[in-house]
Write a protein that binds this ligand. Sequence first.
Ligand SMILES: Cc1ncc(C[n+]2csc(CCOP(=O)(O)OP(=O)(O)O)c2C)c(N)n1
Length: 550
Amino acid sequence: MNGAQALMKTLVDAGVEVCFSNPGTSEMHFVAALDHEPRMRAVLTLFEGVATGAADGYARMAGKPAATLLHLGCGLGNGLANLHNARKGRVPVVNIVGDHATHHVQYDAQLQSDIETVARNVSKWVRTSQSTAALCQDAVEAVAASMGPPGQVATLILPADVSWSEGGVPAPMPTLTVPPVADDAVVATIAKALQGGGKTAFLLGARALREPALMAAARIAAKTGTKLYAEVFPTRIERGAGLPHVERIAYLAELASTQLAGLKHLVLVDAKSPVSFFAYPGKPSDLVPEGCTVHRLATYEQDAVAGLDKLVAALGAQDVQPELQTPQRPERPSGELSAEKVCQAIGALLPERAIIVDEAQTSGVKLPTFTRGAPRHDVITLTGGAIGQSLPNAVGAAIACPDRPVLALVGDGSAMYTIQALWTMAREKLNVTTVIFNNKAYAILNMELQRVGATGKGDKARSQLDIGNPGLDFVQLAQGMGVQAVRVTTAEEFNRALEQALRTPGPFLIEAVVPNAYTGLKLKVLPHVLNALGSLPQPLAQAIKRKVAP
Ligand SMILES: Cc1ncc(C[n+]2csc(CCOP(=O)(O)OP(=O)(O)O)c2C)c(N)n1
């Protein structure tokens, strides 16, 4: 066996069964080795940001890593933004990055670069494999490192000669360590805090937003009156009818402060203490209110479900009935289309066990409300804030869960970052419905321009946020990549298009032409409303929050 063949076998034996690739010359032996390993599915992408985002989406749904195959430092660099999103979501990904043969490095040829430096920005584990004999041991260490907990990006750099030389020795996966659980003293302290009176809340993140953790947290909530919050951008949250409803912390710091105001105790479960997404002049970055004690029931390294179960037992809440979301759907919308009506239609028509990949930005503000009582579904979000994630994530989610419908909701600006994902959807015949909100703008940045206190509101500044000139034609873009597509301008057309998309096998794209929700009056008054929130009574501030969010 050569190194590449042994590596391929090792990866599949370790459970890595899909490779999202965009190869070059230095990876040719790995590509050739695919023919010797029928258990490895190879999925070609036309940009590295698609490969890395697909690996991220796959792992969020499959619960185990996929591999990427990337071409030296430049290929890895192209994939960095979505690896960043995976890192922030604590998602396991194994990068295999080809490099020049070891004897070629001295010549500083065209594609020579410092791959390890590029990799380190996103990877907890980085290694350049030094010999064919050691390669497979390196590979299983990479897979084990990626799985954590916490899940993380591991990057194995594979020199071409290590790959092509004979003498590869497949290696078995090491036994993974069992994650520790919160100790008794921590659990006792938290149990006491939750029973001590005053306002308390959980902040649930990553693995704590899946059913077992949600049910345990909801039992505690029912027993103690503790509020359940999810982190702003969940890696994967299970929600809908029959599951506990969890409110997400708002993206806008002012609204998040309203949610958290008056808390005496905040319990983190696989989540970090809440901070503002960006800094704003004169505003605090730390969102924990004064006088609130922050507790950590599960760190990233610990077992979140076991920690919650331990707390359930400490509180005697095992037999408490958790409050569960009842089934409820909005009416189908009618009339002129808006982003809000698209969200309403999705709430009305969402199929069973759908996977929503949400990168709708300003257009998705009402989505959680309209889908709250829809059939049970998963939502994947933009964990690291680096846009261009949803179309690649949808590719990976559809490959991980071929029997589930995937709905990618994406702003027109975000879609353009990794639009090539449509081609992979067509090639692999993936059941992905893509909804593009074409509002001809980077709308969220219109709002941020005001919020950061920048003075630039002239034509030159505004033109940097306007993507309607020339207008983007997503139907033609999709058709050019082999994806069936329609453009809709009314709610009735959208309802029909969504029904058609959901019953059509393979990918389908709906271009929803919607107005920019952040022009005109809303844009002018929003910063002032947000500024005033802190000084308003809680119920009024909460009511405004529901109206003006994001
Ligand atoms: C990699 C990366 N580049 C740039 C940004 C800054 N950014 C945040 S949102 C946004 C525009 C989003 O536009 P669109 O997807 O059309 O959604 P809308 O704001 O119109 O709702 C940009 C450029 C980012 N978050 N990540």
